[in-house]
Design a protein around this ligand. Structure first.
Ligand code: ADP
Ligand code: ZN
Length: 530
């Protein structure tokens, strides 16, 4: 058999041609280079390491170890590889001692092309011995690290066991590595590179756009009724996922949907493992099941025809939102990402951050990420442009999100934004230091607090200049400023600072439009008819 990547693509996988950056990635890895691959869900990440694994074994380099966080995912992949005639196996807790021993023997005989293993297994002495032995015989070909964002505490799914993967570059420095993820913002990427010492890795970043997904974010009024209407109107008998924050809520919502004749099932970590499995199997096999779930559900579930993903509660950040909504429409057909959000969500998320046992720096980053998500939720312009920008991509208004399809009523927050920026500027000039949101709001609204007195800030020319706005309005303005980079939140105390982008807003070159609904009285336009 030929070890050329294209021949393997044809003969083993039965595909005509490589998709997007696959070929470049495969060639780079076959040649022994390290790679960091960012590709959206459904983009075809698996082939990026599976083809190199086969090619490199044919060339005499030996075995590829695939690190994967989920047992279900391993089983699916290994099953699919078997069907394609590839020698794949896994080592995880579902194997009996004898079965595991058998896999180990095959491994030493070179009778395996790809071995899937969970990260916690990699660092066991027994496994390290196996790897040492393979290395000594030059039969350790490649490490593939799937879902690599799990290594970063800034990612949305940190798994401490991923930290142990530092052993790969420390102990097996000569073995090439390919790391893959479908979700990582700039901070998470940098953290992955640092944690796993992937400085030498070439980055392959695909567009994160999922053009077939229509993004809609509506204000939460009566969430369950809104959900019911959304499903009845737009997704009668479709398969979908509804995410809720708590187990209790999952149960309630599933029951409510069932009472209205929708085929809904609950899924959360509190359910008996067997029942969870049954629900998951039914979701995958039967048509038109709506899974009501906590975020415990989803990773590694490859169901192509999920027609909608609904969020009844706001996720923690944009990465989570992107990952969860990304489970819709993997088949490329039209799908909906629909979310309701309200101020209470924001309060809850903030409290969860505040009350978490994490360090202050961590909390600051989490608050910043939450703000970015709020910026997305409150945006009045194209959601997709915002979403992609968060991942470092520039794009144009998409015509397939709620804001593009039905522009919301807005109020002009430019003047408020200028007052806010001037305040930050003047305080900085007067006191030589920056302050946090609360203090800036107090000055704008003309409140004489202890702090205002202490710093003599009531003498500022902007003191009380924003009295006509509610605190909620001003906070909305601030969030939008942060979202467009007109203000930076810095340091341990989350102080507000001017940026390069501030000037354009101050000069009035960049209008700042806010949702009318957020400021109270104005009504949203009537819903578009389907
Ligand atoms: P990801 O892991 O990035 O979510 P997968 O590796 O599961 O994506 O691939 C998604 C789907 O696309 C799979 O069904 C896979 O078989 C298919 N696929 C991947 N690459 C190609 C290709 N070059 N040609 C045709 N289909 C492909
Ligand atoms: Zn749009």
């Amino acid at each position: 058999m030929s070890s050329s990547p294209l021949a393997i693509l044809h003969e083993t996988f039965g595909y005509e041609q490589f998709r997007g950056p696959q070929q470049a990635i495969v060639e780079h890895v076959v040649a022994g280079g390290d790679a960091l691959v960012l590709m959206p869900t459904g983009g075809g990440k698996s082939l990026c390491y599976q083809i190199p694994a086969i090619a490199r074994q044919l060339d005499g380099h030996g075995i590829t170890i695939v690190i994967s966080p989920l047992i279900a995912l391993m089983h699916d992949q290994v099953g699919a590889l078997h069907e394609a005639g590839v020698k794949a196996a896994f080592l995880n807790s579902t194997l009996s001692f004898d079965e595991a021993l058998d896999v180990e023997r095959r491994l030493m005989r070179g009778d395996i092309t790809m071995l899937y293993a969970a990260p916690e297994r990699i660092t066991t002495p027994r496994f390290l011995d196996l790897l040492d032995d393979l290395l000594a015989r030059r039969q350790l070909s490649l490490f593939a690290i799937d879902e690599v964002h799990c290594v970063s505490q800034w990612g949305h799914d940190f798994r401490p066991e991923y930290r142990a993967l530092t052993v790969l570059h420390q102990r097996y420095a000569s073995v090439p590595r390919i790391a893959l993820t479908a979700t990582a913002d700039a901070l998470t990427r940098a953290d992955i590179v640092e944690r796993l010492q992937l400085e030498e890795a070439q980055h392959f970043v695909s567009s994160f756009d999922r053009p077939n997904i229509r993004y809609t974010i509506v204000e939460k009024k009566d969430a369950t009724t809104q959900l019911l209407r959304f499903i009845e109107r737009e997704h009668d008998e479709d398969a979908g996922v509804v995410y809720c924050q708590s187990r209790k809520r999952v149960e309630e919502v599933a029951q409510m949907l069932c009472e209205h004749g929708i085929n809904a099932l609950p899924y959360h970590a509190g359910l008996d493992a067997k029942l969870r499995q049954t629900h998951q199997d039914r979701f995958l096999r039967e048509e038109g099941i709506v899974m009501v779930a906590t975020i415990a559900f989803g990773m590694g579930i490859d169901k192509p025809d999920v027609r909608f993903v609904a969020h009844l509660d706001m996720p923690k950040n944009i990465e989570g939102y992107y990952q969860e909504t990304g489970r819709a429409g993997r088949d490329g057909l039209a799908a909906d990402a629909w979310m309701v959000y309200g101020l209470q969500d924001v309060v809850n998320q903030r409290r969860m951050i505040d009350e978490s046992p994490a360090g202050e720096e961590f909390k600051q980053v989490m608050r910043g990420k939450l703000d970015a998500l709020l910026g997305l939720a409150e945006a009045t312009d194209c959601r997709r442009v915002r979403l992609l920008k968060y991942f470092g991509e520039t794009s144009h208004a998409c015509g397939n999100c709620d804001n593009c399809l039905e522009p919301p009523q807005v109020w002009d927050g430019t003047e408020a934004a200028r007052k806010l920026l001037s305040t930050i500027y003047r305080i900085q000039q007067m006191s030589g230091i920056s302050f946090g949101t609360g203090h800036i709001m107090d000055i704008l609204r003309g409140k004489t607090t202890d702090k205002v007195n202490q710093f003599n800030h009531s003498t500022l020319s902007t003191f009380g200049l924003g009295a006509e706005y509610s605190e909620q309005q001003l906070r909305g303005v601030l969030r939008q400023l942060i979202a467009i980079g007109g203000v930076a939140v810095e340091g341990e105390y989350s102080t507000l600072c001017l940026t390069e982008g501030s000037r354009a807003v101050l000069k009035g070159e960049v209008p700042l439009m806010l949702r009318a609904s957020l400021s109270g009285p104005a009504e949203r336009k009537p819903k578009r008819e389907k």
